[in-house]
Design a protein around this ligand. Structure first.
Ligand SMILES: [Zn+2]
Ligand SMILES: [Zn+2]
Length: 365
């Protein structure tokens, strides 16, 4: 079935080379709670109609600790718009705004398919149009964030060639080690290298790859996104920390344990400390998610809970101000670092929030 183009909404920046799509932090804005809930529910009902199952799961750009599996790996649609399955999370939990046209539709329309009867043929032959979404992103961008993004990209451009070269060299060494050298000349024009055994090209030409070995340089860094979330390598001794949490050794550990998901507690209880032979969701990853969720909690700080913890002066000062938003997350991160000084890496104070490019009053339906 051919039909009008499906219009994209809710696709976010994925690495620092991306400048067309914004970060969701740039489009945080006010919607009356009733409308916000309605829009989020509408997005969830799109799950009736799966457009396209993708390979990998998505991740929350706010790094709030939600598991990536909960963010979904599919694109959903109402027959008119198409969005990633995790979009409702941004709308519900992080006050993200969406184009006015969509908000109007979400309030006025019934879901495309109510789950009864024959599922409409949506997928075949329908093209998608990203123009409206990209234009909307462009007009709501935070200029300060775009500047930060460009700086990060420039820095990555400087690091990338060495990373590409190192990856190439590693493949050359491996090819030489596993295949050995043959005789004659590499068949590539102008190449005077000896070919690999049983082949007509040399290790350099054999190991060259157009794939992007340097993509890791361009990853969206959590700090760039203004987040206090834990990086994978910022939890030094994950095993020791899970032991403390499991045994509720102190009031802070007991509190975190009480708020951790049963699945995480089980993973930690079964863990013998080895980081090998885990696929995807590891005890370390689940610990990272639980700690990221703690960073978002409003109720972590309590004088008595932290009575046995040596707090840094800046942590104590910040705790005295009953902070909210970005400052609350900063406080929570510091409290965790102080409570587990030998397990967690300390980050500096210079995490800059992304301020929304949203103009208050703009776009309200
Ligand atoms: Zn989130
Ligand atoms: Zn060659």
């Amino acid at each position: 079935m051919r039909g009008p183009l499906l219009r994209h909404i809710g696709y976010w920046i994925n690495d620092v080379r991306e400048e067309t799509l914004c970060a969701p932090q740039e489009v945080v804005g006010f919607l009356p709670p009733k409308i916000r809930t309605r829009v989020a529910d509408y997005l969830d009902r799109g799950g009736n109609e799966v457009m396209l199952a993708q390979g990998g799961t998505s991740w929350c750009r706010f790094c709030c600790g939600i598991e990536s599996t909960a963010m979904g790996s599919q694109e959903w649609s109402d027959g008119h718009w198409v969005w990633p399955a995790g979009l409702s999370h941004y709308v519900r939990e992080h006050e993200v705004m969406l184009p006015e046209e969509f908000i109007r539709d979400a309030q006025a329309k019934h879901p495309f398919w109510d789950g009864a009867g024959k599922r409409p043929e949506l997928m075949s032959g329908r093209g998608v149009d990203a123009t409206l979404w990209e234009t909307w992103c462009a007009s709501h961008r935070s200029p300060a964030f775009v500047q930060r993004l460009r700086r990060a990209r420039d820095e990555a451009d400087v690091r990338a060639p060495a990373v590409r070269e190192a990856a190439w060299q590693a493949r050359i060494r491996e090819a030489l080690a596993t295949r050995g050298l043959g005789s004659g000349n590499c068949q590539f024009a102008g190449c005077r290298e000896t070919p690999l055994a049983g082949m007509r090209i040399c290790a350099r030409h054999y190991a060259w790859s157009p794939s992007d070995d340097a993509s890791s340089c361009y990853q969206l860094d959590r700090r760039l996104l203004g987040s206090f979330a834990f990086g994978y390598d910022e939890i030094g001794d994950a095993y020791s920390l899970t032991r403390k949490l499991i045994s509720s050794a102190d009031p802070v550990s007991s509190f975190i344990r009480g708020r951790s998901k049963a699945g995480s507690l089980q993973l930690w209880a079964d863990w013998n400390g080895s980081e090998e032979n885990w696929q995807g969701y590891t005890p370390r990853t689940s610990l990272m998610n639980e700690l990221d969720a703690v960073v978002y909690w409003a109720g972590l700080w309590d004088e008595r809970r932290f009575a046995g913890v040596v707090l840094r002066d800046e942590t104590r000062r910040m705790a005295g101000t009953t902070p909210s938003g970005h400052d609350l997350r900063r406080l929570n991160r510091w409290l965790l670092e102080d409570a587990y000084p030998s397990e967690l890496r300390r980050i500096g104070m210079e995490v800059v929030p992304i301020l929304s490019g949203w103009v208050v009053g703009d776009g309200e339906p």
